[in-house]
Design a protein around this ligand. Structure first.
Ligand code: ZN
Length: 312
């Protein structure tokens, strides 16, 4: 039985215009669109998955882009920033690249052992690029002109905004196997995973934080990794025992999912590594075609017609 969560599987965010979303995550950050599908619960909206070359768990950032969405406001009980790992000597490269594309950013600033630059996506979602020793040992890959040497390797982690971190911390440490990391007055860091799956969750706690408004640029949920269906059922039993209200297993075509809301308000998912994104497209083809789950295939024409055209 898995003793600890093996890092982040994916993070899902609400967005506005799908074309702006695509252009930013591929042409600026150099991620690859690895799957173009629809929201399985509302198929008139895209579900876009970005990641590394093959869509490895631990690199997957997904979006529900509503073309006319109003912008949300980040707040408490939420993920406030998503961090990606870059190699330790890649900071200047990224600063030059962002400047060359006239993208504003903050930093570099130091947090614990790492150096951060922070930027906003087209909907105001906060993205951090973090120099990470772990990234130095992970091979790079090439997309949209980002060199192999400097490409984003994986998630570094995420920042949680919480009114009180106690119950969240207890859940993560006692029931999900997270380890206590370094802390400052305002940040408490928890770690889980190893090597490529190692991630860091920075909890920022302030009872004065405002509640969020859902909308474009806010995180919908974070999904943690598990190795297979049996382990997922083990997690489900453990979490129910810990008092969580956990859903049944849902088939997401590329992984299987369970969901529960942690005590601080953030929606958690546990997703299986298999079957993965190569289940219905070859590596070279990933993201090239609109993929629908079997049960929507009979409605393909109508669904495709309701989606905004996306130039990829
Ligand atoms: Zn998910």
């Amino acid at each position: 039985m898995e003793k600890a969560i093996n890092g982040i599987h994916h993070i899902t965010v609400m967005a506005g215009d799908p074309q702006k979303n695509y252009d930013f995550y591929t042409k600026v950050l150099g991620l690859r669109l690895v799957k173009k599908t629809v929201n399985f619960d509302a198929p008139d909206v895209y579900h876009l998955y970005y990641g590394d070359e093959t869509g490895s768990p631990g690199t997957i950032l997904t979006f529900f882009p509503f073309p006319n969405a109003r912008r949300g406001k980040r707040g408490v009980g939420e993920i406030n920033a998503i961090a990606f790992s870059i190699p330790t000597d890649s900071l200047d490269y990224w600063i030059d690249r962002l400047a060359g594309k006239a993208i504003d950013f903050d930093g570099p600033v130091k947090r614990f052992d790492e150096t951060y630059i922070t930027l906003l996506d087209p909907d105001g979602m906060k993205i951090e690029l973090v120099t990470d020793k772990t990234a130095d040992n992970i091979p790079g890959w090439n997309n949209e002109g980002v060199s192999v040497e400097h490409s984003i390797r994986k998630f570094f982690g995420a920042t949680f905004y919480l009114k009180s971190g106690e119950e969240t911390e207890q859940l993560l440490i006692e029931h999900m196997g997270f380890r206590t990391g370094p802390s400052t007055n305002s940040i408490k860091r928890l770690d889980t995973g190893v090597d490529k799956s190692l991630v860091h969750i920075d909890m920022r706690i302030d009872p004065e934080y405002d509640w969020p408004t859902n909308g474009a640029g806010t995180v919908h949920h974070i999904a943690w990794r598990t190795a297979n269906d049996d382990e997922q059922l083990n997690w489900r039993r453990r979490l129910i025992k810990a008092g969580m209200n956990v859903t049944e297993v849902l088939d997401r075509n590329y992984f299987h999912s369970i969901y529960y809301r942690e005590p601080g308000g953030i929606l958690f998912e546990i997703a299986t590594d298999p079957p993965g994104f190569l289940v219905d497209e070859a590596k070279e083809e990933l993201g090239a075609n609109l993929k629908l789950p079997e049960w929507y295939e009979p409605r393909r024409e109508q669904i495709a017609g309701s989606l905004m055209p996306l130039v990829t």
